[in-house]
Design a protein around this ligand. Structure first.
Ligand SMILES: C[S@@+](CC[C@H](N)C(=O)[O-])C[C@H]1O[C@@H](n2cnc3c(N)ncnc32)[C@H](O)[C@@H]1O
Length: 142
């Protein structure tokens, strides 16, 4: 299958990403489900039992590394519960350079409002691109 620019493909990411050539992508922005909600034995899960997720994300990050240009960047969304799970898996393959906090404005919530997202910002190991600006991003008022 030939992947065309500026097209949307609806398919499993581990299948679809295989069609992308090596070192062909400058910027990866990924907003995965933060928690798949089940365990390796099909029971309702907790955040301390994510055995089913680890191989999936190990493969995904390995594919990110393959398709990323040497000076490419990854922006990977997660939340306060999943960040600790993603951190070691991401860094076993790629190199996290910072954790961006995206202040997206006032949202719902009972124990303080959910007003931010975490975004893992990373590159390939050895990539020395510099980025200025704050690691706190604020929603622009329009
Ligand atoms: C947090 S949502 C992303 C929402 C998106 N940023 C938006 O603004 O609409 C996660 C998405 O990942 C998709 N998804 C889950 N597993 C996937 C997989 N294996 N391959 C591709 N997409 C998947 C889900 O269908 C869902 O749309």
């Amino acid at each position: 299958m030939k992947v065309l620019p500026n097209h949307i493909y609806q398919m499993d990411i581990l299948e679809g990403i295989k069609y992308l050539p090596d070192k062909s992508i400058k910027t990866i922005i990924a907003d995965p489900p933060y928690f798949l909600g089940m365990t390796h034995n099909g029971q309702k899960g907790s955040f301390v039992d994510l055995a089913i997720c680890a191989p999936f994300f190990s493969q995904l990050f390995a594919q990110f590394k393959r398709v990323l240009q040497d000076d490419g960047e990854v922006f990977f969304f997660c939340d306060f519960r999943s960040y600790a799970f993603f951190y070691p898996i991401f860094n076993s393959v790629l190199k996290q350079k910072n954790l961006i906090v995206w202040d997206k404005g006032n949202m719902a919530g009972n124990h303080y409002n959910f007003s931010h997202e975490f975004i893992i910002f990373g590159t390939k190991e050895g990539c020395n691109i510099n980025r200025g600006g704050s690691n706190v991003w604020k929603k622009r008022r329009v």
